[in-house]
Design a protein around this ligand. Structure first.
Ligand SMILES: [Zn+2]
Length: 194
């Protein structure tokens, strides 16, 4: 923890870079990814402050819309789309994802009931996986990303802007052990290098 505090202490030594941020934000991209510490969106994309609006959830799960309970995820998506007017939404899954792996393996999560109940959103449409022993769970993560993209389309604000051509969705798969990123190509329905 201490190195992180030390860095935070000296971070604000470039006031000229940050002053313009007081005016507001107009990010082009909502970046939805896992809470995993190995996935660092700003490092992967080179984004500077103000460029990425982020939503991070365990397993980059997008909960079903309109389940009756207000969720921070729905609020974040709606704000990004309706208020900030983002033009792109990226859902980025990653290799070795603990959340997707737990669903694929059917792990007993009763000791962590909040995690169990959250992952139940993913278990509704379990990620396809032909090799549960694969530590990268690549196939399952990629399938899972596509499921979350479909779920995102069910959000009225997303659907409206997709229909009017003001929004594009992107499915990414990030390898934590290589740093490489693949993108889903709808024409071939495969994940290929960016
Ligand atoms: Zn993960």
């Amino acid at each position: 923890m201490q190195p992180l505090i030390d860095n935070a202490r000296t971070f604000g030594q470039r006031p000229e870079e940050f002053a313009r941020l007081a005016v507001g934000q107009s990010p082009e991209v909502l970046f939805i990814t896992c809470a995993d510490s190995r996935v660092v969106p700003a490092l992967i994309t080179g984004a500077r402050p103000g460029q990425l609006f982020e939503l991070r959830t365990a397993g980059n799960i997008v909960p079903p819309y309109g389940s009756g309970t207000p969720t921070g995820e729905a609020a974040t998506i709606e704000y990004a789309v309706e208020v900030l007017g983002v033009q792109h939404i990226v859902i980025c899954g990653h290799s070795h994802c603990g959340a997707v792996g737990a669903v694929v393996r059917g792990d007993d999560l009763n000791a962590v009931p909040a995690v169990r109940d959250w992952l139940a959103h993913a278990a509704e449409e379990p990620p396809m996986c032909s090799d549960p022993g694969d530590p990268t769970v690549a196939e399952a993560v990629q399938h899972h990303v596509l499921t979350q993209l479909l779920r995102l389309r069910s959000y009225p604000c997303v659907d409206k802007r997709l229909t009017s051509g003001r929004l594009r969705l992107h499915g990414w798969y990030y390898e934590v052990h290589t740093g490489s990123v693949r993108e889903h190509r709808p024409d071939s329905d495969t994940f290929e290098a960016l």
